[in-house]
Ligand binder design. Structure first.
Ligand SMILES: [Zn+2]
Length: 196
């Protein structure tokens, strides 16, 4: 490994509403928590930056079906559903990135309307490791934007799960990430399907 390669971990949207019991639950979504906790600890122990993104919507947004969008109401700012999964490691060194705050945009990507790219550049980061929820939406868009911004990307399949509105969405998302130049690491079956 080159001396000047600096890594960061981006944990995407591991929030109550995306986990079993939530308003937009991803099947087996909570299974990403243990592998992510291990990664968060390893990155922090090495002094490498960790970012958690969170969907942080206004109550009224075109993202929601009630206002012309696709999704049931989820992750409204300040609600229980918008909180991180209670078992996800917390640490004062973790940077929180709020996204989806614009009422006229979906804001799937952690880079969309946030200062994430700037923060990564300021830290001298050249490679990002990305995982979380969900494979076929916010993880995918975060990975694609990271590639567009010039970062090397490892997409961590063991620590992501898919929504699969259409049954193949997860599989297709993995292929899109790979085509964009991301290295896919781990069990892609779990990442693409909602479960076994
Ligand atoms: Zn959302």
């Amino acid at each position: 490994m080159s001396e000047n390669k600096k890594r960061a971990l981006i944990v995407v949207d591991v929030q109550n509403d995306f986990c079993p019991g939530g308003s937009l639950a991803v099947e087996h979504g909570d299974e990403v928590v243990p592998p992510l906790n291990k990664l968060i600890k390893e990155f922090l122990d090495r002094g490498e930056p960790v970012f958690k993104t969170r969907d942080w919507h206004p109550a009224k947004t075109r993202h929601f079906a009630a206002y012309g969008g696709t999704w049931p109401v989820h992750c409204v700012q300040g609600t229980h559903g918008a909180e991180f999964h209670p078992d996800l490691l917390d640490d004062p060194r973790i940077n929180i990135i709020s996204k989806g705050t614009n009422e006229s945009a979906d804001g799937y990507s952690g880079f969309d309307g946030t200062n994430l790219s700037q923060l990564l550049s300021e830290e001298g980061v050249t490679e990002v490791w990305v995982a979380g929820l969900a494979t076929d939406y916010c993880v995918k868009h975060t990975v694609l934007d990271a590639r567009r911004e010039g970062f090397a990307v490892k997409a961590l399949a063991d620590a992501m799960r898919a929504v699969n509105l259409n049954p193949d969405d997860g599989t297709r998302a993995i292929e899109e990430m790979r085509t964009a130049g991301a290295e896919i690491v781990g069990n892609t079956k779990k990442a693409a399907g909602a479960g076994e």
